[in-house]
Design a protein around this ligand. Structure first.
Ligand code: FAD
Ligand code: NAD
Length: 467
C-alpha cells in the first residue's frame, strides 16, 4: 500500500485549492479531490470570475452607448457582439482554471478527479460519474472544502432554460427581453446589472421590505436610488409563489400586500441564496455533525467533530465569499502543522461589483446599537471629490462607524466608484485596530478617490474639510 497522504482536500474551489498550496508549502504530501472536470470551484468556473468578466464587458458597452458624450467623446454605431463577450469570459475562466492546474503541478499536489467520500477514519474514497470507487486514499488529515450550491423557492422549479440560477445566467445566448430576478441580493444585483446594461428589461422581486441588510439604511437607500435610476425595477415586499413555463414566456405568480398578481418574463433568474454542499460526501457514514442549516459544524480552529477532519469555506458558517474561504483554508492547514493562525471575521470586506460598487466591512450601526456599543459615525460624498468629478462618477458616499470613546473603527460602508478597492484601506485599519483619527491623519494622495475615505474619517472627529 502507498504511503498515506498527510492531507487530502475535498473540493478545489478557492478554499480547497489555496489550502492545498499552503499545505504543500508547509511540506505536507497533499492530494486534492475534485468532482468537476476543471479546478477552481464555483468562484473560478461559474462565480466570481465569469460574473466579473461580464460585469466589466457590459459596463464598457453601456458606457460606450450612453456615457461617453459627457466627456466630449461622441461614439456612434455601438453594437453588441454577445457571442464574443461570452467567449472572452470563457477564455478568462479557462486561463484561470488552467492556472490552478499549473500551481498544483508546481507544488507537487496530486489532483484526483472524482467525487470524494468520507469512508472511514483517514480514508477518502473517490467515485467516478457512474458511482464506481476508483481510488481509496489513506490520509492523516482531511480538509472538506465542498462549497455551496444554489437554492430555489417553493413553487419555483429550476429548469436550466427559462427558470435558471446564476450559472445559466452567465451564458444566455441572447439578451432576454424581460428578465425577472427573484432576490435583490448580491447575485440579483450583479447579474441583473449585466443584462440590464445589455438591453434587457430587468425586474427584481425581493421578499423583504428593504435590501442589503449589511448596510446602514442611509447607505442602502443611496444604493437603491442609484440602481433604480439605472433602470433596475426593484420591487420590495413581494412574495413569489410560483412559476409556470408557458410556450413563449414564464408566468411568475406573486403576492403583494396580500393580493395575488402575475408577471410575464422571458427568463427568470432565481437568486435567493445558496446552501452548503455536502451531497455524496458520506457525512452520515462517519457521523459528521451538521448544524440546523446543513453546514458542517466546526470549532474556532475549523475542526469538525471527527478527529483530523477539518472544514472551511461556503460549507461552514459565515459569509459565502471566496476570500473568506481562502483565509480559512490557510488557517486550517497552518493549525494542522502546529502554527497558530487566526481569521479576523471583523475585517472581511464584502464587495458587490455593480457600477458603482458597494463595499462593506465589520459592523453596522444597528448591530452596534443592539450590542450596546456606543458609536459615532462620519460620512463623505463622492460628489465633493475632485477625482470623482474628473471620472464623471460622483454618486455615493463613504461611511465610517467608530467607537464613541476609543475612536476605534468598527465598520465601514461605501457606495461609489472603486468601492471594492477603497475598502481595502479600511480592512487593514480594522486589522491593525486603527482609530478613525489614524486614517484621518494619514496622508492620502491628491486627487484620488481615497480622499473620500480620509474625509469620512475626519468627519467622525467632527473636522471634515471639504464640505
Ligand atoms: P466552491 O468554490 O464552491 O468549491 C467547492 C468545490 O468542491 C467545487 O469545485 C465542487 O465541484 C467540489 N466538490 C463538492 N463536493 C465534492 C466532493 N464530494 N468531491 C469532490 N469535489 C467536490 N465571492 C467573492 O468573494 N467575490 C465575488 O465576486 C463572488 N462572486 C460570485 C458570483 C457568483 C455568480 C456566485 C455563484 C458566487 C460568487 N462568489 C463570490 C462566492 C464564491 O464563489 C464562493 O464563496 C467561493 O467559491 C467558496 O469557495 P469554496 O472553496 O468554499 O467552495
Ligand atoms: P444573497 O443572500 O446575497 O441574496 C438573496 C436575496 O434573496 C436576499 O435579499 C433575500 O432577502 C432574498 N430572498 C430570499 N428568499 C426570497 C424569496 N422567496 N423571494 C424573494 N426574495 C427572496 O444570495 P445570492 O445573491 O443568491 O448570493 C449567494 C451567495 O453568493 C451570497 O452569500 C454571496 O455572498 C455570494 N456571492 C458573492 C458575490 C460577491 O462577493 N460579489 C457575488 C455573487 C454571489
Amino acid at each position: 500500500m502507498a504511503d498515506p497522504y498527510d492531507l487530502v482536500v475535498i473540493g478545489s474551489g478557492p478554499g480547497g485549492y489555496v489550502a492545498a498550496i499552503r499545505a504543500a508549502q508547509l511540506g505536507l504530501r497533499t492530494a486534492c479531490v475534485e468532482k468537476d472536470a476543471t479546478l477552481g470551484g464555483t468562484c473560478l468556473n461559474v462565480g466570481c470570475i465569469p460574473s466579473k468578466a461580464l460585469l466589466e464587458s457590459s459596463e464598457r458597452f453601456a458606457e460606450a452607448k450612453r456615457g461617453l458624450s459627457t466627456h466630449g467623446v461622441n461614439v456612434s454605431g455601438v453594437e453588441l457582439d454577445l457571442k464574443k463577450m461570452l467567449k472572452r469570459k470563457d477564455g478568462i475562466v479557462k486561463q484561470l482554471t488552467g492556472g490552478v492546474d499549473f500551481l498544483f503541478k508546481k507544488n507537487k499536489i496530486e489532483r484526483v478527479q472524482g467525487l470524494g467520500r468520507l469512508a472511514a477514519t483517514g480514508v477518502v474514497e473517490v467515485l467516478d460519474a457512474s458511482g464506481e470507487v476508483t481510488a481509496s486514499l489513506q490520509t492523516k488529515n482531511i480538509l472538506i472544502a465542498t462549497g455551496s450550491a444554489p437554492i430555489s423557492v417553493p413553487g419555483v422549479t429550476l429548469d436550466g432554460e427559462q427558470v435558471v440560477t446564476s450559472t445559466e445566467a452567465l451564458c444566455f445566448d441572447e439578451v432576454p427581453a424581460h428578465l425577472v430576478v427573484i432576490g435583490a441580493g448580491v447575485i440579483g444585483l450583479e447579474m441583473g446589472s449585466v443584462w440590464a446594461r445589455l438591453g434587457a428589461k430587468v425586474t427584481i422581486l425581493e421578499y423583504l421590505p428593504t435590501f442589503l441588510p449589511f448596510l446602514d439604511p442611509d447607505v442602502s437607500k443611496t444604493a437603491a436610488k442609484i440602481f433604480k435610476k439605472q433602470g433596475l425595477d426593484m420591487q420590495f415586499g413581494v412574495k413569489v409563489t410560483g412559476t409556470t413555463v408557458r410556450e413563449d414566456a414564464v408566468e411568475v405568480s406573486l403576492e403583494r400586500d396580500g393580493e395575488a398578481e402575475t408577471l410575464l418574463a422571458d427568463k427568470v433568474l432565481v437568486a435567493v441564496g445558496r446552501r452548503p454542499y455536502t451531497d455524496g460526501l458520506g457525512c452520515e457514514t462517519v457521523g459528521l455533525e451538521l448544524d440546523e442549516r446543513g453546514r458542517i459544524r466546526v470549532d474556532g480552529g475549523f475542526k469538525t467533530n471527527i478527529p483530523r477532519v477539518w472544514a472551511i469555506g461556503d460549507v461552514i458558517a459565515g459569509p459565502m465569499l471566496a476570500h473568506k474561504a481562502e483565509e480559512e483554508g490557510v488557517a486550517a492547514v497552518e493549525s494542522m502543522t502546529g502554527l497558530a493562525p487566526h481569521v479576523n471575521y471583523a475585517a472581511i470586506p464584502g464587495v458587490i461589483y455593480t457600477h458603482p460598487e458597494v463595499a462593506n466591512l465589520g459592523r453596522t450601526s444597528a448591530e452596534c446599537e443592539r450590542d450596546g456599543v456606543p458609536i459615532k459615525t462620519g460620512t463623505f460624498p463622492f460628489a465633493a471629490n475632485g477625482r470623482a468629478k474628473a471620472l464623471g462618477e460622483t454618486e455615493g458616499l463613504v461611511k465610517i462607524i467608530a467607537h464613541e470613546t476609543t475612536d476605534r473603527i468598527l465598520g465601514a460602508q461605501i457606495v461609489g466608484p472603486r468601492a471594492g478597492a477603497l475598502i481595502a484601506e479600511l480592512a487593514v485599519a480594522v486589522e491593525f485596530s486603527a482609530s478613525a483619527e489614524d486614517i484621518a491623519r494619514s496622508v492620502h494622495a491628491h486627487p484620488t478617490l481615497a480622499e473620500v475615505v480620509k474625509e469620512a474619517a475626519l468627519d467622525v472627529g467632527g473636522r471634515v474639510i471639504h464640505r
